[in-house]
Design a protein around this ligand. Structure first.
Ligand SMILES: Nc1ncnc2c1ncn2[C@@H]1O[C@H](COP(=O)(O)OP(=O)(O)OP(=O)(O)O)[C@@H](O)[C@H]1O
Length: 295
């Protein structure tokens, strides 16, 4: 559905996106993660044809994002990171304007989406709070039935209840078969709805994580006052990242935990803990907080 080929963007001499090769299949829900300035919005703007690539190409539904913008825009519903709307207009008029110009827009669905987000559309946009304007942007973007949703930080400025509702709505869009690409700094939101997460750093895609695979992985920690014996052959493929700090060990497992536990249970260890590996642990491999990097 979406493909980028060595997609590169320089602002002057500054390289914001460096030879990104990304493929998102039809029906996937793909999270894009990375710290401020990693290049996420640049990627999204290139996909929408709002920026010209310095090098490379992107396609959506086989259409070139730069040269076939109209066709691409009819396939995509896009929520920008900075929702800017006409301040003089009332919310209802803005909704109707966008529902009418998007080939897959629909006024009734827009009103219903705004209602679900508890947005008062009789207000003038200029008098709306930041969160209300975000809800208006979401009511525009979530109301089309375009086959692809591209959302740049959809839950920014929203209160916790509305955040949860928006994540539910995006999850519903995915379940109904739409392809979703979403960036967020809230890892739990990505874990809740995405089946895949791409991690970016300084304009590079540094990791591509299947979240269904991740859900089968565990981190096991324990204390052992002797060297850890070698991992039995039958577990070798499923145990990784063994680390030791004095008498404390940690390792990561893939798949069923029972046979790993049976092996460890034969050792004189104490304080054993096993917990599911989350996206946080994967993200921290690339972007650990500075305090931990220094440690
Ligand atoms: N128009 C521009 N001119 C010059 N530099 C830019 C421009 N737009 C973005 N940049 C720079 O490109 C880099 C990537 O910016 P981008 O907005 O894509 O990051 P991001 O990952 O979306 O960050 P955030 O999480 O803060 O939204 C940043 O260093 C930013 O300062």
């Amino acid at each position: 559905m979406l493909k980028t080929y060595d997609l590169t963007k320089k602002y002057g001499k500054f390289l914001a996106l460096d030879h990104a090769n990304i493929e998102v299949a039809e029906g996937e829900c793909c999270g894009v993660l990375g710290p401020n300035g990693a290049g996420k919005s640049t990627l999204f703007r290139l996909l929408m044809g709002f920026l010209r690539p310095t090098h490379g190409q992107a396609t959506i539904g086989g259409k070139d994002c730069q040269h076939e913008k109209v066709a691409v825009h009819s396939l995509v519903s896009y929520l920008p990171g900075d929702v800017r709307l006409f301040g003089e207009m009332k919310g209802r008029d803005v909704l109707e304007f966008f529902a009418d110009i998007h080939p897959r827009g629909n006024r009734e669905r827009s009103y219903a989406t705004a209602k679900r987000l508890d947005l008062d559309i009789t207000r003038r946009v200029g008098y709306m709070s930041t969160g209300m304007r975000q809800k208006l942007g979401l009511s525009i973007a979530l109301a089309t039935d375009a086959p692809m949703l591209i959302m740049d930080e959809p839950t920014t400025s929203l209160d916790p209840n509305v955040r949860a509702e928006v994540i539910r709505m995006i999850g519903e869009a995915h379940k109904s078969g739409r392809t979703v690409v979403i960036c967020s700094h809230v890892l739990s939101e990505i874990e809740d709805i995405c089946n895949r997460a791409i991690i970016m750093r300084q304009g590079h895609v540094v990791h591509d994580q299947n979240l269904e695979d991740l859900a089968r992985r565990h981190a096991v920690t324990f204390q052992l006052a002797q060297p850890l014996p070698s991992v039995p052959d039958n577990l070798r493929d499923r145990i990784a990242n063994i680390r030791q700090t004095e008498g404390s060990f940690s390792l990561e497992t893939d798949g069923d935990l029972r046979d790993v536990m049976a092996w460890l249970a034969q050792l004189p260890l104490s304080n054993m803990k096993a917990q599911r590996l989350g996206l946080r642990e994967v993200y921290d491999r690339y972007h650990a907080p500075e305090s931990e990097q220094a440690a």
